[in-house]
Design a protein. Structure first.
Length: 109
């Protein structure tokens, strides 16, 4: 069994939730999202995040706007829609239940 594959699948399972959490407080462009995830030790690549952002936008959870940048081309800023905020609220409850269950199981003696 390939441990790296299993680890990658675990990260993918929470990536959508983490991206929505990053955008909870303020709009951000892709590089900011990636930096936040990397700083939290959630290793992801652009090739994974871009399609996920597009899917979340197409599902009505995210919106985006273009902003001019002083250091290069315009940047696409993503933000949560009202539907996205409600979806994230539901995911927060689910995450707490799942996290509590996993903690109970993994800390049993």
């Amino acid at each position: 069994m390939n441990i790296e594959n299993t680890k990658a699948q675990m990260r993918k399972g929470v990536l959508e939730f983490c991206i929505l959490c990053v955008l909870k407080e303020k709009d951000a462009y892709t590089s900011e999202i990636l930096d936040t995830l990397k700083n939290a030790k959630l290793l992801v690549v652009e090739g994974t995040v871009y399609p996920l952002l597009t899917r979340l936008k197409n599902d009505g959870l995210l919106t985006y706007r273009w902003e001019e940048s002083t250091s290069g081309p315009p940047r696409k800023y993503y933000g949560l829609t009202e539907i996205g905020k409600a979806f994230l609220n539901e995911l927060n409850g689910t995450w707490k239940e799942l996290s509590d269950a996993v903690n109970i199981i993994t800390t049993q003696k």
